[in-house]
Design a binder for this molecule. Structure first.
Ligand code: ZN
Length: 270
């Protein structure tokens, strides 16, 4: 059922199960999928649903239901029939948009199509409109969600697979993302990764990479070497300094972002 799901969509379902368990619900219902989505893909929700906020929806839901006994997360909570239809609608929306993957954006449309359910009502109350969202989603960079392809025996020939660090990715997604980054004409310099300085706010330790804040020494202090890790822009491979894992210690940078050597050499250098 979940073969074509992106990692984000799978995590949405995982979080939905968690939300259902939290309230002792015997099913994963549409409102749990909505909460899972708000938790998983904040970037999408901020962009498309500026008036929908995880905390406010969660509060409203928790006030409306009598909290049951929490179910252990491992309990295999089934999807309600409405939730199953949401997933089916999501798959339909992906087809309509000619997307091979099913991502968080399609689940959102699926939620709205299951009109009589709580999730759709909550979304509509906050200004979400199916027709408008369809249009906006069709204009998102594609694929919106991560193109990582999770191992599946039924993958078939649907995808062109490329391997990065031994993991399988959707080749089309990688090509798209490389094309996007190439537009910027960055110079990628191969070098050893090293920590960089950050500024921390004294009152709560909040971190910024804007070092000019340190001039305000009453409120901020410089933390030398406080930035401990970066991630490859494409595959999220971690770059950090470690004697045990020298392969994480070298990459290509434009001075701000990083690419792992494998992504650079496979997709950019060619
Ligand atoms: Zn990479």
């Amino acid at each position: 059922m979940f073969e074509r799901y992106t990692e984000g969509a799978r995590r949405t379902i995982f979080f939905a199960r968690y939300e259902a368990a939290q309230t002792g619900s015997p099913y994963i219902d549409t409102e749990h999928i909505l909460l899972g989505l708000l938790r998983e893909d904040r970037a999408l929700c901020n962009r498309l649903l500026p008036d929908v906020n995880y905390e406010s929806i969660r509060k409203e839901l928790h006030a409306a239901i009598e909290e049951g006994k929490k179910t252990a997360l491992s309990a295999d909570l089934p999807l309600s029939n409405a939730s199953k239809r949401v997933l089916a609608f999501g798959a339909e929306e992906a087809v309509r948009l000619a997307h091979r993957h099913i991502g968080t954006e399609h689940l959102l449309l699926g939620l709205l199509r299951e009109e009589k359910q709580l999730a759709a009502g909550l979304l509509r109350e906050r200004g979400a409109d199916l027709t408008k969202l369809r249009l906006e989603i069709s204009q998102l960079p594609t694929p919106w969600s991560s193109g990582k392809v999770l191992p599946s025996p039924r993958l078939g020939n649907d995808f062109e697979i490329v391997e990065i660090h031994g993991e399988r990715w959707n080749g089309e997604y990688i090509r798209e993302i490389v094309k996007t980054f190439r537009k910027f004409n960055w110079y990628w310099n191969r070098c050893a990764w090293r920590e960089s300085d950050v500024v921390a706010r004294v009152s709560d330790g909040a971190i910024s990479r804007d070092l000019s804040l340190a001039a305000d020494s009453a409120n901020f202090r410089l933390v030398a070497g406080g930035w401990k890790k970066d991630e490859c822009l494409i595959c999220q491979w971690e770059l950090f300094r470690s004697e045990d894992h020298p392969e994480h210690g070298i990459g290509y940078t434009n001075g701000r972002e990083w690419l792992c050597t494998e992504c650079y050499e496979k997709f950019f250098a060619s």
